[in-house]
Design a protein around this ligand. Structure first.
Ligand SMILES: Cc1ncc(COP(=O)(O)O)c(C=O)c1O
Length: 468
């Protein structure tokens, strides 16, 4: 904890690796990490810091702006500039969106795959032999045969491809490898809540861009890339012109809206992003159970895309495997970081995945699951349309249902034994409330009955007459 202004300034000087705004912001964030500074501590006036550290007041002021943007400090007229109170990082939105409530008769809140639609593991397990299973620290981190299979239908450049422990692990690895405090990133709004939690924990500046059925909307993306930022999660964006470091998108079966990138939209987005240095980070979490074909902006952007494909929804969440391709320098960072942790994803699990991806019966089971998810989605969306509730999106296991009043809709459905997720934790842009996410993929039958309940819930708590 802080002893004196002099001590603080010499502590910052020790941590200052470069005499720039970003360098000073990093010095403060290091000081926060190692206890030089703590929540509530007051920073000395800009002039004092500038004189003592041999920086210009503009540089110090820009560093404070970076820190304010990431939520690390706050300025209040009377108290001056102080270190912000820890916002209690963790999985705040994740828990709000996905916290379990097992008391529902019909739980459509989870976003998880239907266990009955996962391929049967027993055939593949029976065919595995001990000799085929590597057991050394020194073996390749990814089974070469699995790499070959993955490369057959990989939509991005697969020269640098590896396997990690699920899409969330992939996102965590990429974010920690490429993002730094105060960086500006663009996400889809609405967005997968755990990604927002992850970005918030890294204290990056998050800007939301709305999606329609074909993915990120072009004009709002152009505006966001040009700055000033808008729609950020921490509300301090006005005037931010920092370059965007990364654009996160889900190329198909977007969770929660069900949007899937069309080829035309992909070309329009690539055209915009081409003029920037932003990295594209694509999270294909539905993978083989998405109805649309795999797609990536990578080929249109000189392979500047990170592409992630999860096998959790298609082949089983407990395999906890995803594949990820990335430009060489990003892959180098990711694999280096991973070597300091688990090193590789169990090759035993990789071998099971390889079996599932090559066994004709398993391939057929996954294809049938894909068709069944599409059928369930179409039935519920159709039944809702018959009741005057229009649901957009076109793919995936979730539907994004417009409602007049989120809490009223969730409560009404819960009282009837039906679990759905309120839209709020998915929202990035202000004014995007008024939705619930329903995992239609878990609903094998009773579509009319559930649509009756959903349509009535959509109108609960105040009916404006029209649902978007
Ligand atoms: C958009 C999105 N990204 C990532 C994940 C996490 O995937 P995994 O289970 O592979 O970690 C999910 C899971 O629902 C998701 O919906």
């Amino acid at each position: 904890m802080l002893q004196s202004v002099k001590e603080l300034l010499s502590g910052l000087e020790e941590r200052l690796e470069e005499p720039t705004a970003r360098g000073l912001a990093r010095a403060v964030s290091r000081g926060l990490r190692d206890g030089l500074l703590g929540a509530g501590d007051r920073l000395p006036p800009i002039r004092t810091v500038a004189i003592e550290l041999g920086l210009s007041p503009t540089t110090v002021s820009a560093a404070w702006a970076l820190l304010a943007r990431s939520g690390a400090i706050s300025t209040d007229g009377r108290r001056g500039t102080t270190i912000a109170t820890e916002p209690g990082f963790g999985s705040v939105r994740y828990r709000r969106a996905l916290g379990r409530n097992s008391s529902f008769d019909l739980d459509l809140s989870t976003g998880v795959p239907d266990e009955n639609l996962l391929p049967d593991l027993s055939r593949v397990l029976r065919s595995m032999t001990v000799t085929a299973t590597p057991s050394s620290y020194l073996d390749d981190p990814v089974l070469p045969e699995l790499l070959d299979v993955l490369r057959r239908d990989w939509p991005a450049n697969a020269a640098h491809l590896t396997v990690v422990d699920g899409a969330m692990d992939a996102l965590d690895l990429v974010c920690r490898s490429v993002l730094r405090l105060g960086d500006r990133v663009i996400v889809e709004s609405p967005c997968f809540p755990p990604l927002l939690d992850l970005l918030e924990a890294l204290r990056v500046d998050v800007v939301g861009v709305p999606v329609d059925d074909e993915g990120l909307r072009v004009e709002p993306l152009a505006a966001a890339l040009a700055g000033p930022a808008n729609g950020s999660t921490n509300g301090s964006r006005a005037g931010s012109t920092a370059a965007t470091v990364a654009v996160f998108l889900q190329p198909r079966a977007q969770n929660p809206t069900g949007a899937s990138l069309s080829a035309g939209r992909a070309a329009e987005l690539a055209e915009l992003i081409r003029g920037t240095n932003a990295l594209i980070i694509e999270d294909d979490s539905a993978g083989a159970v998405a109805a649309s074909d795999a797609i990536s902006l990578g080929p249109l952007l000189a392979d500047r895309a990170v592409h992630i494909r999860s096998f959790s929804k298609s082949h089983g969440p407990d395999l906890r495997l995803a594949a990820i391709s990335a430009p060489p320098e990003v892959m180098h960072e990711i694999t280096g970081r991973r070597q300091l942790g688990q090193g590789w994803s169990s090759r035993l699990l990789q071998r099971i995945l390889l079996g599932l991806l090559t066994d004709p019966v398993s391939i057929r089971e996954v294809a049938e699951a894909r068709e069944e998810y599409a059928r369930r989605r179409a039935l519920l969306v159709g039944a809702l349309a018959d009741r005057g509730v229009t649901v957009n999106g076109r793919d995936g296991m979730n539907i994004w249902v417009p409602v007049a009043d989120e809490p009223a809709a969730v409560l009404r459905l819960a009282s009837q034994g039906i679990g759905v997720t309120a839209g709020a934790p998915f929202a990035v842009l202000p004014g995007q409330s008024g939705f619930v996410r329903v995992t239609a993929g878990l609903l094998a039958d009773r579509h009319d009955q559930v649509a009756d309940a959903l349509a009535a819930a959509a109108r609960a708590g105040g009916w404006p007459g029209v649902l978007r």
